[in-house]
Structures are given as C-alpha cells and as structure tokens.
Design a protein around this ligand. Sequence first.
Ligand code: SF4
Length: 381
Amino acid sequence: MGRKAVFLPYRARSVLNKHKYPDHWFWTRYTVYPYIGCQHGCEFCYCRERKYAPYEDIADFPYVIKIKENAPDLLRKALAKVPRDTIAVGDYQPLERKFGISRRLLEVCLDMDFPVFMLERSPLVLRDLDLIGEINRKSHASVLFSLIHTAQTPQAEIIDRMEHLAPRPQARLDAMCTLAKAGITTGICFMPILPGLCDTPENIELVIRQTADAGGRFVLAAPLTLADQQKTYFMQYLQVHHPGLLPLYRQLYPDKSYGPQGDAWLKVGRLVREICLKVGISDRMPRPILPGEKRALNKRAAELLANRAYSLELDGAQADRIWPYRKAAWALEELPQDIGLISKQMGLKGLQSIQGVGPSIGSLLEVFINKASNRDQVTNF
Ligand code: SF4
C-alpha cells in the first residue's frame, strides 16, 4: 500500500510574490501558490530544490503538504496595493478537491479584476472552468499543461513511472481540448525535457503535433535543471531504477552544474521551433495585452525584444549579444512614455535615448513601430 498523505494547514504571513518585471516566458508579474509540496510527486520535479521545499527529509515532498489556509484573504489584501498585472495562480493536485483554496484564489482574482496564468498537470482545473471563463471575459486567462511525452512515445513506460501519481498525458490533452473550445488560451510547457527520454525527434514531434491537435497554441520547451537536494534525489532515483541512464546524466550535469552542459539542449530547442513552425503553432507564448491597456505598444515591443533574445540563445550566441535585448525589454517595461510617440516626435534618435537602446535595437524598434500602425495589431494575441 502507498504512503498516506498528511495535510498541515497553517496561517501564512504573506502569499503574493511580486517580481520587478513580467517574466519572458509566461508574462506573469505575480505568483501565488496555496500549497507547499505536491502530491503528484514527479521524480524530476524542480520544486524539490531547497528554496522551494523546506523539508528535512525530501522524501516527504509528495506526502506532507502544507496548506496556506488564509491564502485567499492574504491575496485580497495584497492585490489592493499593487498595479493590475498577470498572476500565476492555482495548484490542482488531488487535495484541491478537499481544500478548494485554488478556487477561492480564482474568486479573488475575478473580484479584483486581475488576469491569471495557470500551469497544471491535472484536468481537475476544469472543475473551475466557470471562474476561468469569467476571468477571461473580463480580462484574460491562460491555462497551460505540463506535458513531456505522450502515450505513443517509445519511452512512455519509463516516463510514466517518473510521474505515476499525476494524471496521464492523454487526460491533460483532453483537458486542453475542452479549454480551447471554451475560448481559453492554452498550450504546453514541454518541461523538463529529460535527456535520453524526451529529447528524441520522435517524442518531440509527437508532443508538438498532439498539442496542436488538442487546440494548444504554443509549446514552451526547456531542459531539465538539477540543483542541490533535488539533484541528489533524482540521481539516486536513476541509480536505482535506470542505472543505464546515469553516465549520460553525469556527463550532462557534472558536479554542481544546474543546466545541461554542451549544445545538446540548443539542438532540441531548434528542433522544437522547426516542428512548431511546421504544424503552425509557436514556441513562445504570445503576451496577453488587454484592450485599452496603458503603454500597450511598449509592452508588445518588450515582447519582441525578449523573443529576439531567445532566438539568439537558440542560435548559440554569446551572453553579451543576448543580454542587451533583455535589458532593453526591461527598460521598455518601465518607460513612462509611449514609444510610438517618441518615435513620431524624435525618430530613431529619440528611441536611442531610451536606456539600453543602441543603434541596432533602435532600428528594430523603429521598424516594429511603423508596422504596428493600429492598436488592434498591438493588443490582439
Ligand atoms: S506536478 Fe509539477 S509541481 Fe507537482 S510534482 Fe510534478 S512537476 Fe512538481
């Protein structure tokens, strides 16, 4: 018999994490999570890293779950003091049926008119489709699923065992279909791409095609990361269950390295892009910008620069070529003036007066501004 889960409700001191800028993957500015620990217990889970998992014994991670019982009240108070922006919210592990805190967080987001972003591994999220639909009508809601293989993947049996407490991939694809039909923006996080298991061209093509068929609009791919106690845990798991994979993982993640070494990941990222293009979806998540949103053009331009940084990364460019795009994107987030107006009044020289914008980024912005001649082009996504 499996180990029984223990639930530990407590009163948290705060619940809303605020970030200076929206992140360049999901476009979220805030995060709020109701539970610590996850009953899905995926063996590779990055949440086993010390900073996310305050457990003395990391084996407790899927079985001892801490519940922030006052999270909805804390969220309501916190949202009253911050500018409106997208919140990453929700956690639909099995205990959500009993405690319902993710649903209550969504109710707060709806009341306070904040757009939401959700990343799930369970179709239980569909229980709250009524609220998600209402938020989407008022502002915006995106619901993504974590998906790293399909039932047809040659290594499906091995990967299934690594996430055996989570709902099967087909259940997640079916849930995506329901969300897409309800008009909710959906796609997948193809993360973590496990070397030797998920990175085969066959699996990559299966995952992307089935996502597109289910109504997903994008595939965000990223490699496995391994840190501190999570690394020790996962390496021990491989040693016991798949010792044949250990040499590959030791070679890719030597000593304290967090991400995979070498250019194997870049090849995977490029292949993801190529197949996404072939099936007509994106490998980036379009930034949600609401009609009437202030400085919409600046936000869309920041997205362009962030995407350019990612393209350079896939091309294998050095960090000193990539970072200027990220920094200029952040500068645009903070700029109080509309870049369209700056360009109109002062031309390229005006754009180059923005912090971090030199001749080449300035010219790129100028072309973008000229193309985005009306607001619809800016807000549609
Ligand atoms: S569902 Fe996500 S958070 Fe939960 S164990 Fe799996 S990877 Fe970790």
